[in-house]
Write a protein of this length. Structure first.
Length: 284
C-alpha cells in the first residue's frame, strides 16, 4: 500500500513539473545581420554554439554571405532566417541588389543607406526616392531564391532595418512570398511579444544586468522574441559605422558577451525560461 502511495505521489509531482514547464515563458534569442562582416559571422556562430542564441538571420546580398553559407552548412542544426535587406547602411562597406531594380539603388548601384528619412543622410532613403513595388518584389525573390538554394533549411523571413514594413503593400508582399516559397514560419508570427533590455545597455555589464532584469518580467504562457547583433571588438568592426552609430565594435562585442554569459545562462535556468527557435513555433 505504501509503495502504491509513493508511486502515485511521484506521478503527480512529475505531471505537475511537466505542466509547469509547458506553461513556462518561451524566448527566441535572435542574432541579426550575418554576412555584414567576418567579425559578425564569427560572433554569430559563437553565440549559437556556445551561448543562448537560438536563431541567426542572414543578409543574402551582403559581402560575407559566402562565408556565412559555409558556416551554416557546417552547422545545419542552427535555425536560420532570411534577413531581407533593401538597404546598405554602413559608410565603409556596401552591398548591392541581386536583381535589376533601379528604383531602390543609388547612383553607384548600391542600396540606399536608409529605409526612412534620416537627417544625417538627406534624400538617401528608400522612402525619399521613387521606389517601385515591382522592383522590391524582384529583389525579394532574388534573395529568397538564393538563400533557399544555398541553405535549404531556412525556416522564416525577417526584416533588416524594418524594410518589409515600408508600406502595407510591401508587408503583404512579404507574407505572400513566404507562402509561395513554402517558408514554414510566418514572417510575423502571431502571439509573439517583443522583449528588450530592462535598463541601460551601453557596456557588456549593463547589457547582462538589463537582460537578466528583463527575464524576470517574462510572463508564463507567453512567447517572446529578443533581437540584437553580435560582433567582435576587432579592427574590422572598428572600421564599420554610420553617422549616429559609431561605437559598433564595442556595442556588438557587448552583445556577444551577453549571449555567451554564464551568469545569463544560470538566470534562464533558474527562472525556468524555455529557449526556443523560430522552427519550434510550428510545434507549440
Amino acid at each position: 500500500m505504501k509503495n502504491t502511495f509513493y508511486t502515485i505521489l511521484l506521478l503527480l509531482v512529475s505531471i505537475a513539473g511537466i505542466a509547469q514547464q509547458s506553461n513556462a515563458p518561451r524566448l527566441i534569442v535572435r542574432g541579426d545581420d550575418m554576412g555584414y562582416s567576418h567579425s559578425g559571422n564569427v560572433a554569430l556562430l559563437k553565440c549559437s554554439k556556445e551561448g543562448i542564441q537560438t536563431s541567426i538571420e542572414v543578409i543574402v546580398p551582403s559581402p560575407w554571405f559566402p562565408e556565412a553559407v559555409k558556416m551554416l552548412q557546417a552547422n545545419p542544426g542552427i535555425d536560420v532566417g532570411i534577413h531581407i535587406a533593401l538597404t546598405s547602411e554602413w559608410d565603409n562597406v556596401k552591398w548591392r541588389p541581386l536583381s535589376d531594380c533601379p528604383s531602390i539603388r543609388d547612383e553607384d548601384g548600391y542600396f540606399f543607406p536608409m529605409v526612412r528619412e534620416n537627417k544625417n543622410y538627406p534624400k538617401r532613403s528608400i522612402l525619399e526616392n521613387n521606389w517601385k513595388l515591382a522592383d522590391i518584389e524582384k529583389e525579394m525573390r532574388a534573395q529568397i531564391e538564393t538563400a533557399m538554394r544555398k541553405l535549404p533549411h531556412i525556416s522564416h523571413i525577417s526584416s533588416h532595418m524594418g524594410c518589409t514594413s515600408l508600406s502595407p503593400e510591401v508587408r503583404e508582399l512579404t507574407k505572400r512570398l513566404a507562402k509561395e516559397y513554402k517558408i514554414p514560419v510566418d514572417a510575423e508570427p502571431a502571439n509573439l511579444s517583443y522583449a528588450t533590455y530592462d535598463g541601460p545597455k551601453k557596456t557588456s555589464a549593463e547589457k547582462i544586468k538589463s537582460f537578466i532584469s528583463m527575464l524576470g518580467k517574462l510572463e508564463a504562457g507567453k512567447t517572446y522574441l529578443f533581437v540584437d547583433h553580435p560582433g567582435l571588438d576587432d579592427a574590422e568592426l572598428q572600421a564599420i559605422s554610420h553617422i549616429g552609430y559609431e561605437d559598433v565594435a564595442l556595442d556588438r562585442q557587448g552583445v556577444t558577451d551577453l549571449f555567451t554569459s554564464e551568469k545569463v545562462k544560470a538566470a534562464i535556468k533558474e527562472k525556468g525560461i524555455r529557449l526556443i527557435a523560430y522552427k519550434d513555433l510550428l510545434n507549440p
